[in-house]
Design a protein around this ligand. Structure first.
Ligand code: CU
Length: 488
């Protein structure tokens, strides 16, 4: 059985009623109230075919193209898709692999693909600096560094149009696997891509005129939808056996909605973050998943055979009081967890330690930067594609202090480099993990440490509320090579 280390700040969240031992159903058995199928209705996106025959090389074809499909069930509309599907196909690679993605843009507007969270060269990052025009193509080629196994995602990142293109359907999962993954391979694995959208009566994404009242609210709050999806489906179902342990990878691709996720009656083992597994599992009852964040969870079937539970989005106040939606306190159902009728299974043995994460050394810090987030601005300015906001040197170890000085949350994302959070409002982070986005709450200050150990070039940092990003809440980090190799 697993030995849990519970950081102090999580003590209040840990469900005392639930044994760690997995063997005692904590949810009382009650009569099944609905006809039960025996299979998941949650569909995985298709896995993108690797067309390479060379060992250690993963080669893919990916096309952004319009297609007539139903984003809203029952309403076929013209959406933007990757290879005809929403979500786009899941890309699966292994650490150490060479990855080649032949991308074609069959849209009528420029786009890019940003490989969110991947540590790869700047010209492969799909930033707004390298748009791919309509009818054009671009080969994204990179090598997956060792130690980066985890859950990532890909999406367009053209200047000012990111929110629009994602709302039209462009997003997909990118999973990096570790050939020596410490978790048992026998764990059933589920991918949950969380999105929301809202629609016109014909089922097209409703995108407000920026000059309208709704458009201004979207610009302030970020565009939220009233229909919540898991892998493009409304309220799908996952089957679980009593006693079973499942491994879930959860990605928030919503433009602005921050999810506060829980399955009432169940605790989770939180085993991973943006950049892969933790050192040890952490038991939690609920968690926040801000825009573009990912988690890996172990969901334990502590319910009784035949019972059901629901994955819910609980109320969370990320809003400015002046534009907070009237229904912000609503609890929203996302997915049914349905227990099969079979007898409980014997829980699988889980490792107590998942991996070692070396702490970046604050004694080696060579530079510090203060980033001030206000409404729509970073350090008082909006994005300028020709301006460098932060100058750094290759090999630097830096502390970034992100100050949110306004009354709404801003999730802050740095391209290209995973970082370690040091503290939030001076409170040390309870455990180490690799992150590429951090939700900086209202009037909160977060510090993280990052090592810019390779990949010189220009990198974006920005708020990941897409409306904020598109309206200029973004800046550029320039990582210069060492002086001896400086470009003339
Ligand atoms: Cu923001």
């Amino acid at each position: 059985m697993i030995t849990l280390v519970r950081p102090a700040t999580f003590q209040g969240l840990v469900a005392s009623a639930l044994a760690i031992g997995l063997s005692t159903p904590a949810v009382p058995r009650h009569a099944a109230v609905e006809a039960r199928a025996t299979a998941d209705t949650l569909n995985d996106p298709p896995v993108l075919k690797n067309v390479s025959t060379i060992p250690g090389t993963d080669e893919f074809n990916l096309t952004a193209e319009p297609a007539r499909i139903a984003l809203l069930p029952g309403h076929v509309t013209e959406a933007y898709t990757y290879n005809g599907s929403v979500p786009g196909p899941t890309i699966e690679v292994r650490e150490g692999d060479r990855v080649i993605i032949h991308f074609r843009n069959h849209l009528t507007e420029p786009t890019t693909i940003h490989w969110h969270g991947l540590h790869i060269p700047a010209d492969m990052d799909g930033s707004p600096l390298r748009p791919v025009g309509p009818g054009k193509q671009y080969d994204y080629i990179f090598t997956m560094p060792r130690g980066t196994a985890g859950t990532y995602w890909y999406h367009p990142h053209p200047d000012v149009r990111t929110g629009y293109q994602i709302a039209k359907g462009l997003f997909g999962a990118f999973i990096v696997r570790d050939p020596n993954d410490p978790l048992p391979a026998s764990l059933p694995e589920k991918l949950l891509i969380l999105s929301d959208n809202r629609f016109t009566p014909d089922g097209s994404p409703e995108i407000a005129d920026p000059h309208s009242m709704q458009g201004q609210i979207d610009q302030e709050n970020g565009r939220e939808g009233n229909v919540l999806f898991v892998n493009g489906q409304v309220m799908p179902k996952i089957m679980i056996r009593s006693g079973e342990v499942q491994r879930w990878r959860v990605i928030n691709v919503s433009a602005a909605r921050i999810y506060r996720l829980a399955i009432p009656g169940h605790a989770f083992l939180h085993v991973g973050d943006d950049g892969g597994l933790f050192e040890r599992p952490v038991e939690i009852n609920e968690f926040l998943l801000a825009n573009s964040e990912r988690v890996e969870l172990l969901v334990r079937g502590t319910g009784a055979p035949g019972s059901r539970a629901v994955l819910q989005d609980l109320p969370y106040d990320r809003y400015d009081p002046h534009t907070r939606p009237a229904d912000w306190e609503a609890t929203r159902d996302l997915l049914t967890l349905q227990y099969g009728d079979g007898p409980p299974v014997v829980p699988v043995q889980l490792p107590a330690t998942l991996r070692h994460i070396v702490a970046l050394d604050t004694a080696k810090v060579t530079a510090r930067h203060v980033i001030v987030l206000s409404q729509g601005l970073i350090n008082g300015r909006t994005m300028d594609m020709n301006r460098v906001d932060v100058h750094s040197r290759l090999g630097a170890t830096e502390i970034w202090e992100i100050q949110n000085v306004v009354t709404m949350d801003h999730p802050f994302h740095l391209h290209g480099f995973q970082f370690q959070i040091l503290d939030r409002d001076g409170i040390p982070e309870p455990y180490r993990s690799w992150k590429d986005v951090i939700n900086v709450r209202k009037h909160q200050t977060v510090r993280f440490i990052v090592r810019l150990d390779d990949f010189p070039g220009r990198w974006m940092f920005h708020c990941h509320i897409l409306d904020h990003e598109d309206h200029g809440m973004m800046g550029i980090l320039d990582v210069l090579p060492p002086p001896t190799r400086r470009r003339m």
